[in-house]
Design a protein around this ligand. Structure first.
Ligand code: HEM
Length: 215
């Protein structure tokens, strides 16, 4: 294909800050969480619990700022799901990619997530992460009632909470693995990663023009 490209500013400062801190916190939460789950011994149980609690609060603060940012900038619209090209995008990852087929959707500043990303990220934002926060907080306050006070929720059985929380942790880990692979499937192996570090990405000329038109 004989196309030229232009650089576009795709990921803004806060967005990159949020993305990388979220990534670090989720990894730390997973690392300490699975130690609490008794999968291995790394920090020592008590330190793992301590780190998990601190990371959880940091994660909650980050989520509050991210919600504010998404709504004040209008970037929440990036996550509106669409079925247009959803199948084509899934087929591309399953088959086309191995045959060097062209990407079925174009990335623009206005629409930087492909239909599959929109759906998966929205699912994370409205289901998995809220489930982790709510089950995690329930766990926290049920397991550690404050001195002399009764836990603010009354759960008969901690087991179901632990089960939901652990199930969510496995889903998040599956997401992270798929995400790491998909990062490498941009126009070059490192183009997606570089974009999330610098904010800038080379978009093909017509993609850039689309972006300009929509501005
Ligand atoms: C704001 C979010 C979160 C909160 C408030 C939270 C809170 C907690 C608490 C209080 C515990 C129990 C600690 C103990 O038994 O002493 C726990 C366990 C655990 N957490 Fe989280 N957590 C959060 C997010 C996450 C995330 C994102 C992951 C994984 C990616 C995760 C994975 C785990 C795992 C695997 C366990 C062990 C569950 C078990 O075996 O019972 N947590 N979490």
């Amino acid at each position: 294909m004989n196309t030229t490209s232009k650089k576009a500013y795709v990921y803004k400062g806060f967005e990159r800050f949020w993305h990388w801190n979220q990534a670090l916190l989720i990894l730390l939460l997973a690392l300490t969480g699975f130690e609490i789950h008794s999968s291995y011994n790394l920090f020592g149980y008590q330190t793992a619990v301590d780190l998990h609690n601190k990371a959880a609060w940091a994660f909650i603060i980050l989520i509050i700022f991210a919600i504010f940012w998404h709504f004040t900038t209008g970037e929440w619209k990036q996550y509106i799901p669409t079925t247009k090209n959803l199948r084509a995008q899934a087929e591309f990852y399953l088959f086309g990619i191995f045959r060097n087929a062209p990407h079925p959707t174009k990335k623009t500043v206005i629409s930087k997530l492909n239909p599959l990303q929109r759906l998966i990220y929205l699912g994370l934002k409205v289901m998995i992460i809220p489930v982790m926060v709510v089950s995690g907080l329930s766990y926290m306050f049920y397991r550690y009632p404050q001195d002399g006070r009764i836990a603010f929720i009354n759960i008969d059985n901690l087991e179901i909470i632990a089960l939901i929380h652990t199930f969510g942790a496995f889903i998040l880990m599956a997401f992270v693995i798929a995400h790491l692979y998909l990062i490498t499937t941009g126009h070059t192996v490192t183009s997606n990663l570089k974009a999330m570090i610098t904010g800038w990405e080379e978009l093909e000329d017509d993609q850039y023009e689309d972006t300009k038109k929509q501005e």
